[in-house]
Design a protein around this ligand. Structure first.
Ligand code: C2E
Ligand code: MG
Ligand code: MG
Ligand code: MG
Length: 286
């Protein structure tokens, strides 16, 4: 009996692995097609300033709307793009679209804004990354001050010396750098102090239960004071309720990015928002 069970579970394991492999392969082929077919677009999620509720920063988030079928989440296709080498093209599409959008906003008279773009591990380890970014800025004739890149803790740690070099080159281009999903990886406090960083983004997992969970409050308080003592600004991710907004405001967290204020917006809605220069009333959220 035992043998039979073993065999059964082995076969089950095998077929489900095959199914996963097939799914990944399908997705990879569809993605390759999607890139050529211009099915990728960029949405923008505002980061609201907690001091005056203004919006001058936003995160660029890639979206895939296939011609047939439902939207596919970046959480699903970015890992596939990473493994298949398609991330290069995805990253290039995103950066080009963001640069074009920056020009559009500048031409409309929007000033003092910054768009934050996610970099994957593969992109970050590409030795030609900075060259590609610099070329893109030159082609579009825009200053790096309108751009920020988001990297994660693990990307820094795999080769600290090389990472330092890349960050220094980005700073020379006037591009700022944020640590994404902060608190979920392995951090060394030493590199935080040594590296040319600008922003720490507190991961959504610490924000979700911030209200009820004293442990998470301690972690968030510690991250905020650490960041401030290192002259870094903070973005809190995934804020969905007003009490958390007040909590973060009271602790001088500079920016809030979350569904409570805005979901990621298409470029038209983001443009409308920037142009209206809408400021949410502080009182509204108290
Ligand atoms: P991320 O960089 O940590 O981006 C934040 C994610 O949290 C986004 O999901 C955003 O829509 C979501 N989010 C923001 N506020 C809230 C909230 O209040 N509640 C909830 N439930 N979610 C919130 P999205 O757009 O699905 O992206 C998922 C991940 O995919 C990103 O996580 C990032 O790692 C990756 N990604 C997205 N766009 C790109 C890209 O252009 N390039 C690369 N390399 N990765 C990307
Ligand atoms: Mg991000
Ligand atoms: Mg994040
Ligand atoms: Mg993430």
């Amino acid at each position: 009996h035992a043998k039979q069970n073993g065999r059964c579970s082995f076969e089950f394991f095998n077929t489900s692995l095959e199914r996963i492999a097939q799914y990944q392969l399908d997705l990879e082929n569809k993605l390759r097609h999607a890139i050529g077919n211009n099915e990728l677009t960029v949405f923008y999620q505002p980061q609201v300033s907690t001091t005056d509720m203004s919006i001058s920063r936003m995160e660029a988030l890639v979206r895939w709307y296939p011609q047939q079928g439902e939207a596919i989440s970046p959480a699903d296709f970015i890992p596939v793009a990473e493994r298949s080498g398609l991330i290069d093209s995805v990253g290039e599409v995103v950066l080009r679209k963001v640069c074009a959008q920056i020009i559009t906003w500048l031409n409309m008279g929007v000033k003092d804004f910054c768009v934050s773009v996610n970099l994957s591990a593969q992109q970050f380890s590409d030795v030609t990354l900075v060259e590609k970014i610099s070329q893109c800025l030159t082609e579009h004739q825009i200053s790096g001050k309108y751009l920020e890149f988001e990297i994660t803790e693990s990307m820094l740690l795999s080769d600290l010396e090389k990472a330092t070099g890349v960050l220094n080159q980005l700073r020379e281009l006037n591009i700022s750098v944020a640590i994404d999903d902060f608190g979920t990886g392995y951090s060394s406090l030493k590199y935080l102090q040594k590296l040319p960083l600008d922003i720490i983004k507190i991961d959504r997992s610490f924000i979700l239960e911030l209200e009820q969970n004293p442990n998470e409050q301690s972690i968030v308080n510690a991250i905020i004071s650490l960041a401030h003592s290192l002259n870094l600004r903070i973005v809190a991710e995934g804020v969905e309720n007003p009490n958390v907004v007040s909590y973060l405001q009271d602790r001088h967290c500079e920016y809030i990015q979350g569904f409570y204020f805005y979901k990621p917006l298409d470029k038209q809605k983001m443009t409308d928002l920037l142009i209206s220069g809408e400021k949410l009333s502080l009182i509204n959220h108290r």
